[in-house]
Design a binder for this molecule. Structure first.
Ligand SMILES: [Zn+2]
Length: 234
């Protein structure tokens, strides 16, 4: 949660918008862009973890409007809603404010390690299973070839027939396993990929960019989101 006090820059003739969070103040807009009808501390904007916003009017009689209606306080709004301050209806650029502040935050990314490791382990396990299945598929052929060689070497038709039957049973078994696998596997892989795309993302609520191109250890080493530059720690 980030709490920002918003108002008109103090002590200058041509004011910008002042954004105060903790002991830091940032300014935005051009000098003179904020009318005097905006108070020094006009409203409080809260950016919640789920990226929704709350806004409340800190003035007694200087007005705040949300989507055109005069109100003192409103929760569950987003950057697409319209917040205006004072009788001159100075419009806040919510998306710019949220982006700037969310990117200054530090996010713990330890939970991404589990997502990354789990995805890669499941993918590797699947590749190994596919490799084993491919190896098994070759076995019926090997069995029937061996049966011919054995039958010739031992001059024993009985062994040849037993091995051909074994090869046939094995071939049917392999076909059944492969059919089962080919119908289940693409679905499982799609679910795995979808889950990875949903969960291996920047924890900054205003970014949420998919981080799939970067390994977890590189994210930690770089210490920041490559897209929004939010800081990362374990
Ligand atoms: Zn980001």
């Amino acid at each position: 949660m980030i709490e920002i006090i918003i108002g008109r820059e103090a002590g200058v003739e041509k004011s910008r918008l002042a954004l105060m969070a903790g002991d830091k103040t940032a300014y935005c807009g051009n000098p003179g862009s904020v009318p005097r009808s905006v108070s020094r501390k006009h409203c409080r904007l809260v950016i919640h973890e789920d990226s929704t916003l709350s806004v409340s009017d800190l003035t007694d009689n200087n007005f705040m409007y949300v989507n055109g209606s005069d109100c003192k306080s409103r929760g569950h709004i987003t950057v697409n809603d319209k917040v205006e301050l004072g009788p001159d209806r100075y419009c806040l650029e919510l998306s710019t404010i949220v982006k700037a502040f969310a990117a200054q935050q530090t996010y713990h990314i330890a939970s991404l390690k589990e997502v990354y490791d789990n995805y890669n382990k499941t993918k590797l396990d699947n590749q190994i299973r596919q490799g084993k299945l491919n190896a098994l598929s070759a076995l019926p052929g090997v069995l029937s070839m061996s049966s011919m060689v054995l039958a010739i070497c031992l001059n024993n038709e009985g062994i040849r027939i037993v091995m051909i039957v074994l090869a046939a049973v094995f071939a049917v078994g392999v076909v059944i396993v492969r059919m089962k696998n080919s119908s289940n596997n693409p679905l499982k892989m799609k679910q795995l990929e979808d889950g990875y795309h949903d969960r291996y993302v920047c924890p900054n609520p205003s970014c949420r960019h998919f981080l799939g191109s970067m390994q977890y250890k590189d994210l930690l080493k770089n210490g920041a989101c490559p897209y929004c530059k939010a800081k990362y720690v374990e």
